[in-house]
Design a protein around this ligand. Structure first.
Ligand code: AMP
Ligand code: MG
Length: 349
């Protein structure tokens, strides 16, 4: 199958109409959202959604998120909206937040991995909204990467992973947030964050007074426990290189990374460092990439997946990444780094 990449320009409906037709006929289309690129299919068709799992190589028990562009689409897919969920929708939709809610019988098991709940998001990206409206369907869409790889934040990343496997990629330029949506389980009495994102714990607490965080988010799973978002149990975001996150005081982080880099290079390994802008001059690796300024966690979030992919492009064997405090957007950034590193975090204070 040939994969077309169509740039979506304002006022040009042609690419959107083509994409909507593919979706209505049961095919796949990758499209931009404010978080990452999604791989979309008709969310009411089990057969169409099956193609998503096949194209990505995604395990079948890892459910998909349904995307809507109008609150009027909710009753079709969700049978109950608890009061806290309503508050969250009013505050953060359209935007980078997914709510877990009880599903209707119309939502196929293929979407939910057999769960009685469904993840729903109303994205703010104009191309995502226009596509959902044109298709006139809830669109099931996980991130448009091969399973296990960093999520795509540019159309070129989607093409790299899915070339020949899908008919169309809508190119809307780079994604603004660059990290996947905050997932909140809104089915119980308390809002529980299953995956952190740009809608932070602090923002949810300011609205509701309280927010819990699933222990899997910080890698604190007791043996035998499973995360409440099934996808969080899988290896994710991993470049081909080994990734080590180093966190602590500035001097110790720099010294540790440089000492380890020297050892690795002596063994013939190619080393890349993901550093904050303030520290980048201090490293002696083969490649040093700037994540952005320490104070600007939005920038760090937006560049993280892109730079993990860049580490592969330069052929790094070992990647060292500076760690962040787990507050504000730092919780989401550390959650992704933890996964990319397979839990390998060096605390050097
Ligand atoms: P992705 O769109 O690739 O970011 O993956 C969707 C994420 O949403 C995965 O981590 C899923 O486990 C999670 N998810 C989707 N539906 C549910 C649900 N009903 N309950 C809990 N987590 C869900
Ligand atoms: Mg994903």
């Amino acid at each position: 199958m040939k994969t077309d990449v169509c740039r979506v320009l304002p006022g040009q409906a042609e690419a959107l109409e083509k994409a909507a037709k593919i979706l209505q006929e049961g095919g796949l289309v990758a499209f931009p959202t404010e978080t990452v690129y999604g791989l979309g299919a008709n969310g009411l068709s089990g057969d169409a959604c099956k193609k998503i799992y096949e194209a990505k190589g995604r395990p079948s028990d890892n459910p998909l998120i349904l995307h809507i562009a109008d609150l009027a689409q909710l009753p079709q897919i969700v049978c109950q909206v608890p009061p806290k969920a309503k508050q969250l929708m009013e505050a953060f939709w359209p935007g980078p937040m997914t709510l877990i809610l009880p599903k209707t019988a119309l939502v196929p098991d293929t979407v939910t991995g057999g769960l009685t709940t469904v993840g729903v998001r109303f994205p703010s990206h104009p191309v995502a909204q226009a596509l959902i409206r044109a298709a006139n369907l809830p669109i099931a869409a996980p991130s448009a990467n091969l399973s296990g790889r960093p999520s795509p934040t540019e159309a070129a990343h989607v093409l790299h992973d899915l070339n020949g496997k899908i008919p169309l990629i809508l190119d809307g330029g780079p994604c603004e947030v660059g990290l996947e949506s905050t997932i909140i389980d809104a089915t119980g009495p308390e809002a529980v964050i299953l995956r952190p994102g740009a809608i932070t714990k602090e923002m949810i607490e300011a609205l509701l007074g309280r927010a819990e965080v699933d222990p899997a988010v910080m890698g604190q799973m007791a043996p035998g426990m499973t995360p409440r978002a099934p996808g969080m149990k899988y290896t994710h975001y991993a470049p081909k290189a080994n990734v080590t996150v180093v966190r602590g005081s500035r001097e110790k982080v720099i010294d540790t990374i440089n000492a380890r880099t020297a050892c690795d290079r002596a063994c013939g390994k190619k080393v890349a460092v993901l550093a904050t802008e303030e520290n980048r001059q201090n490293y002696q690796a083969d490649n040093v990439f700037s994540l952005g300024r320490q104070e600007d966690l939005c920038q760090v979030g937006a560049s993280l997946f892109l730079l993990l992919r860049r580490c592969d492009e330069v052929g790094a064997d070992q990647v060292y990444a500076e760690g962040f405090l787990e507050q504000g957007e730092g919780l989401a950034i550390m959650n992704r780094l933890r996964k990319a590193a397979g839990g390998e975090i060096l605390e050097v204070d």
